[in-house]
Write a protein that binds this ligand. Sequence first.
Ligand SMILES: [Fe+2]
Length: 360
Amino acid sequence: MRFITFASMLLGLLLFSGCEPGRRTGNKGTEPATLYQGQTLDTQAEVQTIAFGSCDRQDSPQDMWPVILRHQPDLWIWTGDIIYADTEDMDKMRSMYLQQKNDPGYQALHKITPIIGIWDDHDYGVNDGGKEYPRKRESQQLLLDFLDVPPTAPVRQQEGAYQSFTLGPPGRQVKILLLDARYFRDKLDKSLLPGRRYEINTTGDVLGEAQWRWLESELRTSTAQVHLIASGIQIIPEEQGYEKWANFPQARQRLLDLLARTKPKGAVLISGDRHIAELSRMDLPGLGYPLYEITSSGITHTWTLGGSEPNQYRVGPLVVARNFGLLKINWQGDSPSLRVEVYNEQDAIQLAEPLSWSSR
Ligand SMILES: [Fe+2]
């Protein structure tokens, strides 16, 4: 799929829906939703290469964008920490987003590549923050401004920045579900244990009921052959002592149960936040095929202490270099085959794995 020129083409025809059931006002397949300034997205065209990444300090050197552009992705997905705002001052946050958006390298990508995304904590407004953050309504609008989401889009009217997008012709569709793991997320208590930042919140929630209802509906009604589910924080890994869905085991299990129950075709998770890259794989009873999660982080900085982190689900190497991810979809054959690749800022491949759909 190529999002060729922009000015001459009809603009931004992403199928999107981000509203609560019963409040849906978004397009229903034929009605276009224009989302992005300056580029064209033909929602009927085949998606072959999706690039994604996270953890981008707007005031750090932005040298990753030309490398990403070289791969000519059909789409760029932000998986959180687009900027490091960490503020309740919305003017400051706005100017940080503008700084990022005006970077020439990012501009070059933005000019020809559709961009969607979801936040994590730093762009949400507070490190490791959740539903208690007082400026979340205003912050949501700034995120959507940055992503060129028009004022009339349903996601502007709802609480939470979650959205879905369906791309590709019938029979070759990718559905992207961007989960908001901040707006409704319950509180975490600090842990005193070494190597663990937070206590496990055994009853806490991550998505909130409205988003859970939306997600179930999106999965149940989907016609796509591939489902990409994005979350800022990691979903599968359990051992690491930082933020993760596993800090909310009930919510994590609810998500896994929902996938096992609704059985979306070709579901793959993507995440960020961690300043590492890794591929996790779990055999989820009921799903019928292995569930993979690709974590890619960060674009401008990494975490050198991550070199020996355990993860029982990891497949392939733990990448501690700065990085971005690519998901390549081959539509030849009866069902699509997927491959994940992770590159560093030198465009050197750090991780390359086919996503096998067969159970072990
Ligand atoms: Fe984060």
